[in-house]
Design a protein around this ligand. Structure first.
Ligand SMILES: Cc1ncc(COP(=O)(O)O)c(C=O)c1O
Ligand SMILES: N[C@H](C=O)CCC(=O)O
Length: 429
């Protein structure tokens, strides 16, 4: 047994499945997760002492690469001033201003610790504002693990092939209406039948948790029109896309052509620390306690180390950074496509800005059903062949691949030269 295997066995004795988040467990690809001892730039190092080019990037936050010196310095400086105060700070105000400057729809911002809290609060706020109970979500979208949002969810729920989660009450499930992604006709029908019950439609700005499935042109703007016509709110979840695909998130990439009522952030906004946020129209945000009647709170919300990391990250994330990540993403998408084509493996590479994933099937994927109809065994073979060559992909066919500003020519060469053998493994040859 190597050190990772030893640790996994030990972990499983004290931690369910040996992991603190199911997607880490290698459940759908088999084998032993890497136990990471440290990370730097484009690389992670496991407990065996092996170095891997990382295409997980902490599932998104590491836009600048791991342990960027300026971000680490900002966290160090904050740490010596105190780890947590449970009181307002200057850095929170600065970070809220930085978010508002980049995302006009976020007129006011409330910081929380996880994306789950951000979307959960958005749902509660929508219900409080409209006096309605039902929420519409799209099949294959993932918004964290609050009860209202676990139905037909992507990410780890998709990876495990679950329809939802045990422990969600029937009442909660009844108030969540699930519609196929990119299907406006179906959504129109739902509003025609139950429009006066619907508090909000929540959508990933561009879904990346059933693999990457960009919205059809005009889809998000149509959601805006439809919800407005029916007095429902539009919640755009930018936890994954926010500050990653563009300085203004997916909304910015689409030129802020439509404005959601509420928008959620996580991952990059916390620079690798536990921080997420809910933003939105000021009149709605003013319904949150202590101003309004919708309660939301958090002992560690707006934690000073996390706000320091977030601020340093947003300050560094300029056009050059996004240009670099976009170019690397285009390069890798082409290289993966070429390798799989050469090996005769059915596939489609889809992107939303610099986020992309590979579906091991022919034909465009625009719904969760399309995403599920892929050869997951081929993905598992591909994944392990890449891992054998010291390239760490997300261990699921339903997750996006993440690049960073630290993925330089050397790291890219290592990835690209690993592709032909991985493609042949996917082909089963
Ligand atoms: C789009 C989206 N929303 C919400 C979440 C939940 O965030 P967290 O894992 O920080 O709770 C995630 C990822 O996990 C996500 O990708
Ligand atoms: N797909 C998820 C986030 O976007 C993966 C993170 C997790 O659930 O641990």
């Amino acid at each position: 047994m190597n050190r990772d295997q030893e640790l996994f066995e030990r972990a499983r004795r004290v931690i369910p499945g040996g992991v603190d988040s199911p997607v880490r467990a290698f459940g759908s690809v088999g084998g032993t997760p890497l136990f990471i001892s440290r990370a730097e730039g484009a690389y992670v190092f496991d407990e065996n002492g092996d170095r891997y080019v990382d295409l997980v990037c902490s599932w998104g936050p590491a836009l600048l690469g791991h342990a960027h010196p300026e971000v680490v310095a900002a966290v160090r400086e904050a740490a010596v001033r105190g780890l947590s105060f449970g009181a307002p700070t200057l850095a929170e105000v600065e970070l809220a201003e930085a978010v508002r400057a980049r995302v006009p729809a976020a007129e006011q911002v409330r910081f929380v610790s996880t994306g789950t809290e951000a979307t959960m609060t958005a749902v509660r706020l929508a219900r409080g504002a409209t006096g309605r109970d039902a929420i519409v979500k799209f099949a294959g979208c993932y918004h964290g693990h609050s009860d209202a949002l676990l139905a037909a969810a992507g990410s780890g729920v998709a990876t495990q092939g679950l329809p939802g989660s045990a422990g969600v009450t029937q009442a909660a499930a009844r108030d969540t209406i699930v519609v196929d992604y990119n299907d406006l006709d179906a959504l129109e029908r739902v509003f025609a039948e139950a429009g006066d019950r619907i508090a909000a439609v929540i959508t990933e700005a561009a879904p990346c948790n059933m693999g990457v499935v960009a919205p059809a042109p005009g889809f998000n703007a149509a959601l805006r029109d439809l919800t407005s016509r029916h007095g429902a709110l539009l919640i755009v979840d930018e936890v994954l896309t926010g500050f990653r695909v563009h300085g203004g998130g997916w909304l910015g990439l689409e030129g802020n052509a439509y404005a959601p009522d509420l928008v959620t952030f996580g991952k990059v906004v916390g620079g690798g620390m536990p921080l997420a946020a809910l933003g939105g129209r000021a009149d709605l945000m003013q319904l949150l306690a202590p101003v309004g009647p919708v309660y939301q709170a958090g002992t560690l919300s707006g934690n000073p180390l996390a706000t320091a990391a977030g601020l340093a990250t947003l300050r560094l994330a300029d056009r050059g950074i996004y240009g670099h990540v976009d170019d690397r993403s285009t390069q890798l998408q082409l290289a993966v496509g070429e390798a799989l084509t050469a090996a005769g493996v059915p596939h489609v590479v889809q992107n939303a800005g610099n986020l992309f994933s590979v579906f091991f099937r022919d034909g465009e994927v625009s719904t969760y059903d399309d995403a599920k109809a892929q050869d997951q065994a081929a993905f598992a073979r591909f994944f392990h062949a890449m891992l054998d060559q010291k390239v760490a992909l997300p261990p699921s066919a339903f997750e996006a691949w993440f690049l960073s500003a630290a993925h330089d020519d050397k790291a890219m060469d290592q990835i690209v030269s690993a592709l032909p053998a991985a493609a042949r493994a996917a082909a089963g040859s």
